[in-house]
Every structure is written in structure tokens, then in C-alpha cells.
Design a protein around this ligand. Sequence first.
Ligand code: RTP
Ligand code: MG
Length: 141
Amino acid sequence: MTPQRTLVLLKPDAVKRGLRGEIIRRIEAKGYTISALGQRTATDEELSAHYAEHEGKPFYPGLVEYMGAAPLVALVLEGEGVIAGFRSLAGATNPTEAAPGTIRGDLAREWDLPVIQNLVHGSDSEESAAREIGIWFPELD
Ligand code: RTP
Ligand code: MG
């Protein structure tokens, strides 16, 4: 196998709830390398590029509002199988369905929200990872 890279976001709910350290601890404990890391408030341009696949879906406006309303942390992780491996650490999209032991299963809950707030994003394929790293860290390309 060859090392992979993936793009992870600690979403605004993770920052607001003071969970950056806990989530990064899990990433480092697993043994992945953090090769880039930065906190900022996402721009509309970054979010519309990042979530292009979801444009037109009912949750899209709420998703972009949630993601752009407060700072987030973007990271590039490296390691063997890190794309699937980080999604495994994150757990299922819906926090109620996410298994105990996962970031979402242990730390996220569902409230009566217009969009699922589930703490983290991880790229879902090599193609998505390359595209998303280009959006959040253009200087790495
Ligand atoms: P992510 O992209 O954040 O890693 O999560 P994912 O692949 O598990 O989920 P995806 O289907 O790509 O959806 C992106 C994000 O949109 C929000 N979402 N809300 N019905 C809803 O309210 C709904 N559906 C999706 C979540 O924040 C999800 O992570
Ligand atoms: Mg996704």
C-alpha cells in the first residue's frame, strides 16, 4: 500500500464545544500524521466548492450556513489507508447511528436542527481528497 492523504475539517460545532483537542488526540493516537493544519472562517467560495455534490439538496442551505457561521479547522492527514481510516474513526453521518468509540458516536448528538451537526468531515475517496486539499490548502498543490 502507498500512503494516502485526506482532508479533514473540524466543523464549527467542534470548535465551539472545545473538542479540537479531543478530536486531534484521537487522530494522533491512531498514528496518522498531520501535515497541514489551519483555523479560519470558511468563505462562501470554499464552501460552495467543497459541497458542490450536495447543491440542490434540501439540507444544502442549512449546511452552508452552519459551516460558514463560525471558525473551523482544516487539516491534511497522511497515513496508510487514511481516507477510509479517518471515516471509520468519525463514524456514521448521523450521530444517533454512529457507533460508540467513534468521534460522532461518542461526542455528537442530534438536536432539532435544520442540518446534522456532526463535528467532523473526512474526504470519501482519493479523488475527493485531492480536490478538497486543493480547496482548503491550495499552496500544497
Ligand atoms: P462529511 O462529508 O461531513 O464527512 O460527512 P458524510 O460524508 O458522512 O455526509 P454527506 O452525505 O457528505 O453530507 C455532508 C454533511 O451534510 C450534513 N447533512 N445534513 N439531512 C441532513 O440534515 C443532513 N444530511 C447531511 C452533515 O453535516 C454531513 O456530514
Ligand atoms: Mg461527505
